[in-house]
Structures are given as structure tokens and as C-alpha cells.
Design a protein around this ligand. Structure first.
Ligand code: KIV
Length: 271
């Protein structure tokens, strides 16, 4: 980690420069002040207030139910925590698909009310007019291609995307369009590593992979997954960098038994 990275606020132009200089970009999801402060202190470049909050924070099966108000509420805490990292907020399902006008109004609302630096949207050519208009209005946009979880009902599951030639060609085409429109980043989720490499070479903006292999310009993981807090979730692409889930269960269990046996609080822990 360079000194520069801890003392200056991350910007969209610096992220582009990192790609040009071959410096890998890091991103983790964040949904609250406390974990976002820790991730920021660790030196992560970008914090994504993902709509995966619908699963991780709210316990829903999919990302579809989370609302604009809920995303804005969660983002405010992350923004207060971010001393260094650039904060990107997911636009929730239904907030940008209906019309360009509504999409731009919602993107501007997210920036104004939450303090986020940028928004992320899922999709390619179909939502290009909205993306163009947002960028022209001064809203930095991060694209998201491949496995786009808001389309889970169309895909019929969370499997690998763009295995077939036709879908891979569309993805490459969409990536070029997003890049030309001025997206400052593109997330590539669960696609073959070779395709992610081709896309990363074809576009000028950085690509951020999740389950997309090592050739992207950066990587993103859901923080709760990489910390081992989501114990049943073990896809091939996920590396757990800690086992906090087990630590929490052990610590809370120790607390429960200390209270029940009368060993907590002690007189030293009393006034
Ligand atoms: O919502 C989310 O967490 C995401 C990441 C998986 C990229 O979109």
C-alpha cells in the first residue's frame, strides 16, 4: 500500500490512472459505518454499497426487494466512514429501468441525499440512454455485466454467464458501449477468466472482477463473505480471508455462559 493511497481521497480519474499504471484496484462491499471504517482503514480503494445488502443485511433471497430509501440510509453510514475510499452505491431494481428520466432523477437523488461518489447499474445496451444521460448530468457511473443478480428470475439462477459464444460477444459489445459512454469502472461478475481478460484489454476504463479470474484490473468481494460471516456460502471464486462467523458464535456463546454462570460481570467490571 503506498502512502499516497492512505492520505488522499480516491477519485474516478485516479482509478483510470491505476489501470494505466498496472496497479490493481480493490473494492469490498459495505453497508454500515463500523465495518466500512475498518475496510477504509485497511486501505481499500473503493467501497460498494451493494444491493447485496438485500441478502446480507435484510435476509432476503434476492437483491430485488431493496428500495431507494433503504440504499440511501445504508450509504449515509458508509460515506461517514470513508476517509480514503471512493463510495459507490448500487441503484436498486426498478429505480433505473422504467425511463431515462426516472433513472437520472434517482441517480441524482442518491448522490444528493446519501453523499455517495458514484452509482452502479446492471446491464448494457438496454440501459445505455440512461447511463449516457447520468454521465452528462455529472453522475459518475460504474457498469455491471455478466451475472447481474437483479436479473436472476430471467437467468433462472446464479450460474456462470457468457459461457456460450453469443452471450460472450454481447458482453464484449456491451462493455465497449459502457466504456465509450464514459463509465469509470465496469464490474464483471461470474464470467470465464479468458473473456474477462479480453474485455479488460478492450476497454479503457478499469474492470473489477468477482468470479471473473485474475486478469481484471481489480477485484471485488462481498465483505461478509470474505470474512467468513456467511457460513453456508462457499462458491469456487470466494476466498475466505477470516472465519469471523465462527469467532462470533464462539464469543457470543462464551458471553451467554458467563452471564448464566454468574462470572460476568465481575466486581472489577462493576461501579
Ligand atoms: O451488490 C453487490 O454486492 C454487487 C457485487 C457483488 C459486485 O453488486
Amino acid at each position: 500500500m503506498s502512502v499516497h493511497s492512505l492520505t488522499t481521497r480516491m477519485t474516478t480519474t485516479r482509478l483510470r490512472q491505476m489501470k494505466q499504471e498496472g496497479e490493481k484496484i480493490t473494492m469490498v462491499t459495505s453497508y454500515d459505518y463500523t465495518l466500512a471504517s475498518l475496510a477504509d482503514a485497511a486501505g481499500v480503494d473503493t467501497l460498494l454499497v451493494g444491493d447485496s445488502a438485500s441478502n446480507i443485511v435484510c435476509g432476503n433471497q434476492t437483491t430485488l426487494p431493496i428500495s431507494m430509501d433503504e440504499m440511501i440510509f445504508l450509504t449515509k453510514g458508509v460515506v461517514r466512514a470513508a476517509q480514503h475510499a471512493l463510495v459507490i452505491t448500487d441503484m436498486p431494481f426498478g429505480s433505473y429501468q422504467i425511463s431515462t428520466e426516472e433513472a437520472v432523477r434517482n441517480a441524482i437523488r442518491i448522490l444528493k441525499e446519501s453523499g455517495a461518489d458514484a452509482v452502479k447499474l446492471e446491464g448494457g445496451e438496454e440501459i445505455l440512454p440512461a447511463i449516457r444521460q447520468m454521465i452528462q448530468s455529472g453522475v459518475p457511473v460504474c457498469g455491471h455485466l455478466g451475472l447481474t443478480p437483479q436479473s436472476v428470475n430471467q437467468f433462472g439462477g446464479y450460474g456462470l454467464r457468457a459461457k456460450e459464444e453469443k452471450e460472450a460477444e454481447k458482453l464484449l459489445h456491451d462493455a465497449r458501449l459502457l466504456d465509450e459512454a464514459g463509465c469509470f469502472l465496469i464490474v464483471l461478475e461470474k464470467i470465464p477468466a479468458r473473456l474477462a481478460a479480453e474485455v479488460s484489454k478492450a476497454v479503457s476504463c478499469p474492470t473489477i472482477g468477482i468470479g471473473a479470474g485474475p486478469y481484471c484490473d481489480g477485484q471485488v468481494l462481498v465483505l461478509h463473505d470474505m470474512l467468513g460471516m456467511n457460513q453456508g456460502f462457499k462458491p469456487k471464486f470466494l476466498r475466505r480471508f477470516a472465519e469471523l462467523g465462527q469467532e462470533v458464535v464462539t464469543a457470543v456463546g462464551d458471553y451467554v455462559s458467563a452471564v448464566r454462570t454468574g462470572t460476568f460481570p465481575s466486581l472489577d467490571e462493576s461501579y
